[in-house]
Ligand binder design. Structure first.
Ligand code: TXA
Ligand code: MG
Length: 346
């Protein structure tokens, strides 16, 4: 299929949203920006359209999708039995980088939920995303815009090659503000449990509900036969083809020493470094991911930096770990998975 590219900063008339809304109603695939990452959207109530998303991404059919809504009225169509705690989370974090797993109604096709009796719901705050959903007048199923396993797309130039001619529209809204996918939460026995960390942190949730848990699989590899609360935890994700290792230390001098020692053993390597340390390594290539004192900047840059790794033809990519405070937990979760759990704490 021929992909139509739309740059929303140059074409911003309402008629363009009418066209995209109609395309979604007619079962087409639309790549669109959100505040977290780009999504590949389709009519979330149309089984055939949703199947096309799995095909375009090469995604395993046992990994369910998030339904994106633009107003709270859409929620009652697709979910039921919302509890007091769930309601509090919705009031606090919708719209925003937050996904809640809720009991689903029969209107939601099995292909969206991979046969589960729950559905993931998110109301993005990005204005372009909201307008697209509003014009479609439908909940939009959308996973991150990337081929399965690869880092999520945070700007159109990163994903053009892999998605062109696999989707009907690519809507370019510039670089995503947050750069890491939404926090995914399920309330279990009245306790919000974080299944995927993101910009909404455990501290944010604690303030609203007074209780929060973090699922152990955020940092632990799942066994293939293990039962997990979110199928996405099991799948390979965010990994460049190049072998990666993440190095973490509370002490910056120890960190620099360790990375330089690895570089001595494996000279054909690159380092993904924080700005402050970027002149401290004897490396062939250094990719600066942002200041260690600004985790929001690192979050915004991390996926596009991971996507560059394979361009350098190196034997190893060494990645500096960051603090696990706030959004640092989400950054570390993505880095550990990019390294396929190959990390050194020193
Ligand atoms: O920020 C985001 O969440 C982006 C943008 C586009 O909204 N979307 C995104 O979707 O990251 P995706 O499909 O790449 O990740 C959705 C995650 C997967 O790990 C999936 O397993 C999990 O949510 N998930 C979806 N439905 C679920 C359910 N019913 N129960 C548990 N986990 C679910
Ligand atoms: Mg994804």
């Amino acid at each position: 299929m021929q992909t139509k590219y739309i740059n929303i900063s140059t074409i911003n008339e309402d008629s363009i949203y009418d066209e995209i809304g109609l395309a979604l109603q007619n079962g087409k695939l639309v790549v669109f920006p959100t505040e977290t990452v780009y999504g590949i959207g389709a009519n979330g109530l149309d089984e055939k359209a949703v199947k096309k998303i799995y095909e375009a991404k090469g995604r395993s059919s046992d990994n369910p999708l998030i339904l994106h809504i633009s107003d709270i009225n859409m929620l009652s169509k697709i979910t039921k039995n919302i509890s007091f705690v769930e309601k509090k989370l919705i009031d606090a974090f919708f719209p925003g980088p937050f996904t809640l797993i809720l009991e689903r109604t029969p209107i939601v096709p099995d292909v969206v939920t991979a046969g589960l009796d729950t559905v993931a719901v998110r109301m993005p705050s990005n204005e372009i995303a909201r307008k697209i959903i509003e014009h479609a007048k439908l909940p939009i199923a959308a996973p991150s815009a990337n081929i399965s396993g690869k880092p999520s797309g945070t700007e159109v130039t990163d994903i053009m090659d892999e998605l062109e001619n696999k989707v009907d529209y690519i809507v370019d809204g510039g670089k995503c503000n947050i750069g890491i996918e939404s926090t995914v939460v399920r309330v279990i026995d009245d306790i919000p449990t974080i299944l995927r960390p993101g910009k909404i942190t455990k501290e944010d949730i604690l303030k609203v509900v007074g209780k929060v848990k973090v699922d152990k699989h955020i940092f632990e590899k799942c066994n293939s036969d293990e039962k997990v609360l979110s199928p996405g935890m099991k799948h390979k994700h965010y990994a460049p083809k190049t072998k990666c290792v993440m190095v973490y230390s509370n002490n910056n001098d120890t960190l620099i020493k360790k990375i330089n020692a690895i570089l001595e053993d494996t000279p054909n390597s690159l380092v993904i470094s924080t700005t402050e340390n970027s002149n401290k390594y004897n490396a062939k290539y250094i990719l600066d991911v942002g200041s260690k004192n600004n985790l929001d900047e690192i979050s915004k840059n991390i996926f596009s930096t991971l996507r560059k790794v394979d361009l350098y033809n190196v034997d190893l990519a060494i990645i500096e770990g960051v603090s696990q405070e706030g959004i640092g937990l989400a950054i570390m979760n993505r880095l550990i998975r990019a390294c396929e759990y190959n990390y050194i704490e020193c």
